[in-house]
Design a protein around this ligand. Structure first.
Ligand SMILES: [Zn+2]
Length: 232
């Protein structure tokens, strides 16, 4: 009898723990409060992306990672972790070619090939794309069947490689509805994330994925159209 009670108690405890985990994953977003979508391009990096994921997790924050197909193949576990922790994965081409300068056939390989790599690993096909350098033209827009995500706040982290500058570029300019551009392949960027993410949370910003920003701002993202912010 005592054994039965013990088993029931353990089962009830497990149900409580599972419920709280589900709640933690589906965190509540208040559409009336400010929100920002931080995005990271060119990864994943086996060194810096896990550090960034740790910071996001500790702060109950999410981000969008625009990954490269050829980096994805080397970092499968990191990709799975991104999804498990509620982040979004976007397509950033296979090997960072300027899409406006390649043939339709190569474009297909760059985009569809990368989608397939990501879907094979995570089970999820990206719904958003960011072309390398943000370069698009009418031909690209008409052939890409995903919303094209650009940015409204450029940290210039790839150029300055300076943690202080990256932080001030964000903290002095950030606005509700911004899409922030960073790269998860530099130590200076990972160090900036450690400062910026808790500070933004402290200031009342909800750090969301691009698709969440779209969802809570009730914007409609159309394939082939460009989006650089979701201001109210
Ligand atoms: Zn890039």
């Amino acid at each position: 009898m005592k054994k039965k009670i013990l088993i029931y108690s353990i089962m009830i405890m497990l149900i409580f723990i599972m419920n709280s985990l589900v709640f933690a994953f589906d965190r509540e977003i208040d559409p009336d409060q400010p929100m920002v979508a931080i995005t990271f391009d060119d990864g994943p990096s086996q060194y810096y992306t896990p550090i960034i994921l740790d910071v996001l997790k500790e702060n109950d924050a999410r981000a969008t990672f625009f990954v490269l197909g050829n980096e994805v193949k080397k970092n499968k576990e990191i990709l799975v972790r991104m999804i498990d922790e509620g982040n979004e994965i976007g397509n950033h081409s296979y090997n960072h070619k300027d899409l406006t300068s390649i043939s339709d056939y190569e474009l297909y390989q760059q985009i569809v090939g990368t989608d397939e790599f990501i879907e094979d690993i995570t089970g999820i096909k990206p719904t958003v794309i960011r072309p390398p350098y943000g370069f698009v033209n009418d031909r690209i827009s008409s052939r890409i069947y995903k919303p094209i995500i650009l940015w409204s706040l450029d940290t210039l982290d790839w150029q300055n490689r300076n943690t202080k500058k990256i932080c001030s570029n964000i903290l002095e300019n950030v606005k509700d509805g911004d899409i922030v551009l960073m790269h998860d392949i530099y130590g200076t960027t990972a160090d900036a994330v450690k400062i910026v993410v808790p500070e933004l949370v402290k200031r009342g910003y909800q750090l969301v994925t691009v698709s969440e920003l779209n969802q809570y701002r009730q914007a409609t993202m159309l394939p082939g159209h460009k989006y650089s912010n979701m201001y109210k």
